[in-house]
Design a protein around this ligand. Structure first.
Ligand code: UD1
Length: 351
């Protein structure tokens, strides 16, 4: 069997790692196509290196651009890549523009398509990720859902027959990474001590960084936190803050660049809380049992909220009180599967 995975952005590289290991150990030929959506060393290459993923067979070099231009550039380059490798399955992961473009490329040439992390919904039709995940699920021949909640969404959209509950590949990669970083020191910017409380923060979503007033409000709220905030800055945030003249190192804020995955996980482990608008971090915080505050009006990972480990704040001004809330109750719930999602995915593909 030959499987071709299309990836392009940071969260897809992380989720690709356990899939690649699973396919390689089962002797499956695995071709990786990088769309080029993320291109900085710190957003792309370090993930391949740290997570043991081999060099992609091709990089489509799409780079940045408006949604239509980025998605269209990837789609235009997909035909040659697919025809050259002629896989038995095409895999796309998550909800980025690379996911949607890879999915369209596969179905138009009649290659069987599997969507990993299928069935997530925010019900916010303004998010580019929401369009990407709905369209990809409906294009796919096989929807691999991470949670029961995701299975419910797929059922409501008439997709039950091609959906399978496999668990979350994020839980697989997190468990492997936690074992690897045991004994490492957290990665902390100047002025943050490992033996004193600190928060870890990431902010990058379009709805938070594109609106200058909202971005200003978020940065001000982070400035006023009662412990240092280690902010791992995404290139889009750096760009927008610079353009608006917003200082990312005032008050409690201590800034560093995007962190490699193992360093991020180790740094989160020693923190007293995570503040984010990322989907992955909300879940990783829960799996590490670190309280999370999410700067969004809704989440796809509702289990983290229902179990009390994640609080959503619609307005930046709510951050202070959210951070002062009582610690969550301990739980041994495992809504994200048994840590063997990659194996369940391989088995479903072979079936
Ligand atoms: C994308 C995904 C999002 C995911 C995120 C993780 C879409 C619609 N969104 O958002 O779901 O959570 O990746 O990071 O696909 N840039 C660089 N260097 C890079 C990559 C990006 O400088 O390596 C800058 C560019 O200015 C670019 C901007 O960041 O225009 C935004 O990048 P883009 O790929 O459009 O989306 P992300 O915000 O990264």
């Amino acid at each position: 069997m030959k499987i071709l995975s299309v990836v392009g952005a940071r969260p897809e590289f992380v989720k690709l790692a356990p899939l690649h290991q699973e396919f390689a150990s089962a002797g499956i030929e695995h071709v990786i196509i990088h769309t080029g959506q993320h291109y900085d060393n710190s957003m792309s290459n370090v993930f391949f290196r740290d997570l043991g993923i081999p060099e992609p067979a091709a990089n489509l070099g799409s780079g940045s651009g408006s949604h239509g231009k980025q998605t269209g550039a990837i789609l235009a380059a997909m035909d040659d890549a697919l025809q050259e490798h002629s896989p038995d399955w095409v895999i796309v992961i998550g909800d980025t523009n690379s996911t949607l473009a890879g999915a369209l490329g596969a179905v138009k040439l009649h290659f069987p398509l599997a969507h990993v992390e299928a069935g997530l919904r925010s019900f916010n039709r303004l998010m580019p990720e929401e369009h990407n995940r709905i369209l990809t699920d409906h294009a796919a021949d096989l929807c691999m859902a991470p949670t029961e909640v995701a299975m419910g969404h797929l059922a409501r959209e008439g997709l039950s027959e091609r959906s399978v509950l496999v668990g979350d590949v994020n839980a697989d990669v997190l468990a492997a990474t936690v074992a690897k970083v045991a004994g490492d020191e957290p990665t902390l910017p100047h002025g943050v001590r490992a033996d004193a409380p600190y928060y870890v923060a990431t902010i990058h979503r379009q709805e938070n960084v594109e609106d200058e007033a909202r971005l200003r409000g978020i940065v001000e709220a982070l400035n006023n936190a009662s412990h240092p905030v280690v902010l791992a800055v995404h290139p889009r945030l750096r760009e927008r803050a610079q353009a608006a003249g917003i200082d990312l190192s005032a008050g409690a804020l201590r800034t560093c660049g995007p962190l490699p995955f193992p360093a991020l996980i180790r740094t989160m482990q020693s923190s007293v809380g995570v503040i984010t608008d990322s989907g992955g971090l909300q879940k990783e915080a829960f799996l590490l049992r670190i309280p999370c505050t999410t700067v969004r009006t809704e989440t796809e990972w509702t289990e983290t909220v229902d179990l009390g480990w994640n609080v959503l704040i619609a307005e930046p001004a709510e951050l202070g009180s959210a951070l002062r809330r009582a610690p969550p109750l301990a739980t041994d719930a495992q809504p994200y599967g048994d840590g063997h999602a990659a194996r369940h995915i391989r088995e479903a593909l072979m079936r």
